[in-house]
Design a protein around this ligand. Structure first.
Ligand code: SAH
Length: 261
């Protein structure tokens, strides 16, 4: 079926069968509860269904596409015609889910952050998301590299992250301008306990606002007794934000939480 893609909704439909099979082969689907975000015309949905999931839920903002999906899959799929950014994930609270998303690029980072924010109450098994390669590279960036920053810290704090593969523009219709990366996320069993991820967001925002400056400045801005605290945490104030690993940012956040509680 020919559907005119809407640019405003980041619609780039996957047309390469090999890539679609690679996505669904990344993890076991049979007997599992699956959520697909942004199913579009159902190219990936169809192959997920062929792997016999227990239940398949899709969340699609475009009403016209929801009608097409309903026509195509009838009651084999539960369709939510909603915006994933406003969607209440609590609805899926009592079951385990695997989530697939060939996401619109302009909101992909926001969507994955939403899954980290909700992780206290809801645990998903696996998340398999497509990103613009450049965003994927930032998510996967290691400490002491120029791409390392807030996105890598916030996501790696809570998730184990692996790239499955890169995907070329000609696998989509219409073709996006850039390469994509398919990334697999799994919740960590052990992670540094922070009361509220918002505080880690705040701390990393303050530090990375001045990416090239020594960290003495943000330390001073946050803590009155900044020298005492940095000594206790054994953090050298002459370093720059990109030199601090995730644990260091978590420890700073812990001190900040003590301060504001
Ligand atoms: N998964 C499909 C389509 C990918 S295009 C495929 O691989 O072929 C991205 C899809 O996300 C589109 O269908 C678009 O309508 C949908 N979308 C865009 N913004 C959305 C949002 N905020 N919430 C839910 N779906 C959204």
């Amino acid at each position: 079926m020919q559907v005119k893609a809407k640019k405003s909704l980041g619609q780039n439909f996957l047309i390469d069968k090999k890539v679609i099979f690679k996505i669904v082969s990344a993890i076991e689907i049979e007997g599992k509860n699956i959520i697909e975000i942004g199913p579009g015309t159902g190219n990936l949905t169809e192959i997920i269904l062929s792997k016999k999931p227990n239940k398949l839920f899709v969340i699609e903002k475009d009403i016209h596409l929801c009608e097409i999906l309903h026509e195509k899959f009838k009651n084999k799929v539960t369709i939510f015609n909603e915006d994933i950014l406003k969607f209440n994930l609590e609805r899926f609270k009592n079951n385990n889910f695997t989530v697939f998303g060939n996401l619109p690029y302009n909101i992909s980072s926001k969507i994955i952050s939403k899954f980290v924010n909700n992780s206290d109450t809801i645990l998903f098994d696996d998340l398999i998301f497509m990103f613009q390669k450049e965003v994927g590279d930032r998510i996967l960036a290691n400490v002491n590299t120029s791409l390392y920053g807030r996105l890598s810290i916030l996501l790696n704090w809570r998730l184990n992250i692996k790239k499955i593969c890169d995907i070329k523009p000609n696998c989509f219709n219409p073709k996006p301008k850039v390469d994509s990366s398919l990334i697999h996320f799994k919740y960590k069993e052990k992670f540094f306990p922070i009361s509220n991820i918002k505080n880690l967001e705040t701390i990393t925002r303050i530090f990375f606002n001045q990416r090239r400056k020594k960290i003495k400045k943000p330390f001073k801005q946050i803590f009155q007794d900044f020298e005492e605290i940095s000594n206790e945490l054994e953090i050298d104030l002459n370093l720059r934000p990109q030199n601090l690993d995730i644990e260091a940012f978590c420890k700073i956040t812990e001190k900040y939480e003590n301060l504001i509680s």
